[in-house]
Design a protein around this ligand. Structure first.
Ligand code: 13P
Ligand code: SF4
Length: 337
């Protein structure tokens, strides 16, 4: 455990460990303390819908990956605390080289991002020359730097459709999202073989049984899910699209096939409706993203207090990675949240 009151506290130690490992007085009102620190430091908390409910509630801005990158591109705060995962904080840093970007736990990675190591991707691209590379934002800066344009699940179809029908495209790293876009847009993009561990854990058999027990429940799924789940879904969309659908649709019961964090907002916005998390394959809570859930209120408090751990980035990498992100933002202005 790092002794925060000791001079040994150095940025490198914290950044090596990934988070500040120290005790927080359990009697502290963390909501109040976090509010105070935010004001004092002109800091903003950006949070993804997959964060735990308390974190969603203290966030200054809550959104899906697209909305969060749009907000990160325009914020005037001096410090951005990213309550999400590493690739999201990295995107914020790429867009804000002069701001301090902090992440409560640097080890909050992403299985999808990990499924595309930059060195292997370089070789994959060499095998498919003359292809435009469209990359899902859930990837490292090293992959972004090798891409022509980035997309998120909210704008993926419109980004792909901005290219002519027969244009040769590599889509990475999510093969499920890629296959879904291929089907919807009637294309044949070459897919990188990556996936999200959370969205691949849902059990078709258990969902079908749940649908029998709740015949009126609609299945709402994220396009990172596998095809058999998407095939029986009533609606497919990004996190924010699923949330919106659950608000405007007239049904009363829903089965949600994405990370469970979104159910907090669905329930808040539609208190009289019933939301059930789609069951995973084993008797685990694997529909909770283990990376997103590394962030806690205590870690957010310590992260804001000590402005650590900080996300740092090589400037050459940042310059290479910003171009495809800016292209996406320019093409997504009509989808501004
Ligand atoms: P969206 O925020 O685009 O819905 O993506 C979900 C996700 O997996 C984020 O890690
Ligand atoms: Fe990555 Fe999946 Fe977690 Fe999103 S839910 S951060 S894609 S592992």
């Amino acid at each position: 455990m790092v002794d925060i009151h000791n001079d040994i506290l150095i940025k490198e130690v914290i950044n090596q460990k990934g988070f500040i490992d120290t005790q927080v007085d359990p009697s502290l009102d963390l909501f109040l303390e976090i509010e105070k620190l935010k004001k004092e430091k002109n800091a903003i908390i950006l949070a993804h819908y997959y964060q735990e409910p308390d974190i969603q509630d203290i966030a200054d801005f809550l959104g899906d990956s697209l909305a969060l990158s749009q907000k990160a591109a325009t914020t005037e705060a001096d410090i951005i605390l990213f309550a999400g995962v590493h690739f999201m904080a990295e995107t914020a840093k790429i867009l804000n080289p002069n701001k301090k970007v902090i992440l409560p736990d640097l080890k909050a990675g992403c299985s999808l991002s990990d499924s595309a190591p930059p060195e292997l991707f370089k070789l994959f691209k060499l095998k498919h020359p003359n292809h435009t590379v469209i990359t899902y934002i859930n990837c490292s800066a090293g992959i972004k730097a090798q891409s022509d344009i980035i997309c998120t699940s909210s704008n993926a179809i419109s980004i792909v459709e901005s290219f002519p029908k027969n244009h040769p495209i590599i889509f990475a790293p999510d093969k499920n999202l890629g296959a879904y876009i291929n089907k919807v847009t009637n294309r044949n993009m070459i897919l990188w073989d990556g996936a999200c561990m959370v969205h691949e854990i849902f059990s078709l058999e258990k969902i079908l049984k749940l649908k029998i027990r709740h015949p009126k429940a609609k299945l709402l799924s994220h396009p990172e899910c596998e095809e058999p789940i998407l095939a029986i879904s009533d609606y497919i969309g990004s996190t924010s699209e699923l949330l919106k659908y659950s608000q405007v649709d007239t049904s009363n019961e829903y089965i949600i096939a994405t990370e469970t964090g979104i159910i907090h907002q669905m329930q808040k916005n539609s208190p009289n409706k019933t939301f059930m998390a789609a069951p995973p394959n084993s008797n685990c809570a694997c529909n909770n993203c283990p990376y997103m859930k590394l962030n806690t209120l205590e870690k957010i408090y310590l992260c804001l207090k000590y402005e650590l751990p900080e996300l740092l980035m090589d400037e050459h990498l940042r310059i290479a990675a910003i171009k495809p992100i800016e292209k996406m933002l320019a093409l997504s202005k009509h989808l501004l949240k």
